[in-house]
Design a protein around this ligand. Structure first.
Ligand SMILES: [Zn+2]
Length: 558
């Protein structure tokens, strides 16, 4: 019965200009221009309505939004199966699943495919019975938009040599795309998978799964995405299995929802993996996930504004996070195992996050346009959260490493000052309290640095004291000696030098006494300038000693 149907509607559809599938993942699948209603029979609306009432006008299903109608002969389905009388191809009649109706359905399907050749084959909104396309090669552009696959759909080993859009299609039972080759873009935008689909396939071009809904497990393990893969706004109700999948270009999961555990174990990302705005409602694990972007200076994984409902169950294990972005995501409770790799700061000064590079490296400034502006405060916050994270796990050494970055952001922060103090706004970076803290002890991380400064100041003041003069207080007061007064007291210049050296030696004792707050020192710097120097020395050395103790405590705390 189906093979006798009119050919006219198909021709009408071929005459209509095709709109290529939109490549931007976020667009409406059906936002196509209003067109082609004129391509219909040309009848006036009233006449059409009248004709439809006589059931002679054929199937009223619009092939696409405001597109031409199907017009195939109506199928006599049991009452209540379809909302309105439609053709066999569009009918939900359960008796299509076998017998003569099943044969008739496939006869018509093959006829459409054969007629299309390498052109377009329209299967839009078809209701497919059980389907077996194992190892089949489709040379035509097969349009399955809005189709319903009521039974198991077996596409194993099939090859689509042209585009094969499945936009908004519904797979009510298992959909097996194992080893399928998509030579052109694979387009499953807005599709619904009600059972566990298998997509261990090769996507030679872009793969679009934006706004797709996976009601059960989504299996993409060991799938290969040669070009960009889009899962924007997709919903994964059960496990999202991307184990061992390879993304050779960018992978977009923006605003995706993972209700259960997503599995990205051993997945490889050679572009940017983008989880911005996505929601992880359960635990999430990134074990042995390989983030290795081919391009220099691009982020490897973006978690900006991603929301983790159970942050304490988010695991990063054996993962390179040197170019990951956690901006506005709060990683303070994630578990970063010891095998997680972070970027190192220059000069062994701790660890660095990629946001800092984006902020400070002019070559990466273009990323700010793409991922939103980043300021010192935002980067400081990430460092703070990472420090808190490692502190909570008693990994103080890594916490210290992030503490350096946190303070560094505070030092480099651009603050606004009134006009008169403008120069200080710049000098602050080099002479402000944070800067001094850094020069003195690497923000409290280093204990060698304050020790060296301390020793340096002791020697410096030992050399300085004899300029205003050095007094010997005991046993009886003597006049102050300075570099000039002791010169030429001896016969030879070597002896003179020795006297000078002895003076510096005495002065060193005075310097140490001053630093140690000795009550009755042997030698004291002469009043008044010597006393000023001594006070200055006490201040400096006691501060440095305090910094030394703090750093020791920070390094060896338990
Ligand atoms: Zn129809």
């Amino acid at each position: 019965m189906a093979d006798k149907q009119g050919i006219a509607p198909t021709e009408a559809r071929q005459a209509e200009p095709e709109v290529p599938p939109d490549e931007s993942a976020g667009t409406e699948p059906e936002a196509e221009p209003v067109e082609s209603s004129k391509l219909e029979s040309g009848a006036e609306p009233e006449e059409r309505a009248a004709a439809r009432s006589k059931t002679e006008a054929g199937c009223p299903i619009a092939v696409k939004f405001l597109g031409p109608r199907c017009c195939r002969r109506l199928h006599a389905a049991p009452a209540g199966v379809d909302e309105q009388p439609v053709c066999l191809m569009h009918s939900k009649d359960p008796s299509k699943q076998s017998g003569p109706l099943f044969d008739a359905f496939w006869l018509e399907f093959e006829r459409i495919l054969e007629k299309a050749g390498e052109g377009e084959a329209h299967f839009e909104k078809f209701v497919f019975p059980q389907l077996d396309f194992t190892r089949r090669t489709f040379k035509a552009i097969c349009r399955f938009d809005g189709a319903t696959f009521t039974q198991d759909s077996d596409f194993r080993g099939a090859t689509f040599t042209q585009i094969a859009p499945f936009r908004g299609a519904t797979f009510a039972q298992a959909a097996d795309f194992f080893a399928v080759t998509f030579t052109e873009d694979a387009d499953f935008i807005g599709a619904t998978f009600k059972q566990n689909p298998h997509f261990r396939a090769t996507f030679t071009q872009k793969a679009f799964f934006s706004r797709a809904t996976f009601t059960k497990n989504a299996n993409f393990f060991f799938a290969t995405f040669t070009q960009d893969a889009y899962f924007a706004e997709a919903t994964f109700t059960l496990d999202a299995n991307f184990f061992g999948a390879t993304f050779k270009q960018n992978a977009t999961f923006t605003a995706a929802t993972f209700t259960q555990r997503p599995d990205f174990e051993r997945a490889e990302f050679h572009g940017t993996a983008d989880w911005r705005h996505s929601r992880f409602l359960d635990r999430a694990e990134f074990r042995h996930t390989k983030f290795k972007p081919k391009e220099e200076g691009i982020p490897s994984a973006i978690f900006s504004l991603a929301k983790f409902a159970k942050p304490e169950e988010v695991v990063f294990d054996d993962v390179d996070l040197s170019r990951a972005i956690f901006l506005n995501c709060d990683p303070s409770e994630f578990w970063f195992t010891s095998s997680v790799r972070w970027a190192k700061r220059k000069g062994n000064r701790g660890l660095k996050v990629f946001e800092e590079d984006i902020l400070l490296d002019p070559k990466l400034a273009k990323l700010q346009e793409e991922y939103g502006p980043i300021d010192h405060g935002a980067v400081e916050q990430i460092y703070h959260q990472l420090k808190k994270n490692y502190d909570a796990r008693l990994d103080y050494r890594k916490a210290n490493d992030f503490h350096f970055g946190e303070m560094e952001m505070r030092r480099l922060e651009v603050r606004t000052y009134p006009k008169l103090l403008k120069p200080w706004g710049w000098l602050r970076r080099w002479l402000g309290p944070e800067a001094l803290y850094r020069w003195a002890s690497n923000y409290g991380n280093g204990y060698v640095k304050p020790m060296l400064w301390l020793l340096g100041f002791l020697v410096l003041f030992a050399v300085l004291f004899p300029i205003p003069g050095l007094e010997s207080g005991q046993p009886s007061p003597t006049p102050a000696e300075n570099y000039l007064s002791v010169w030429n007291q001896q016969d030879t210049w070597t002896d003179n030098l020795w006297t000078e050296a002895k003076l510096v030696g005495d002065s060193l004792i005075a310097s140490i006494d001053t630093a140690a707050f000795q009550r009755n020192p042997e030698y004291t710097p002469a009043y008044p300038w010597g006393r000023v120097l001594a006070i200055l020395e006490s201040l400096l050395t006691s501060t440095l000693f305090a910094l030394f103790l703090l750093a020791i405590r920070r390094q060896f705390r338990r």
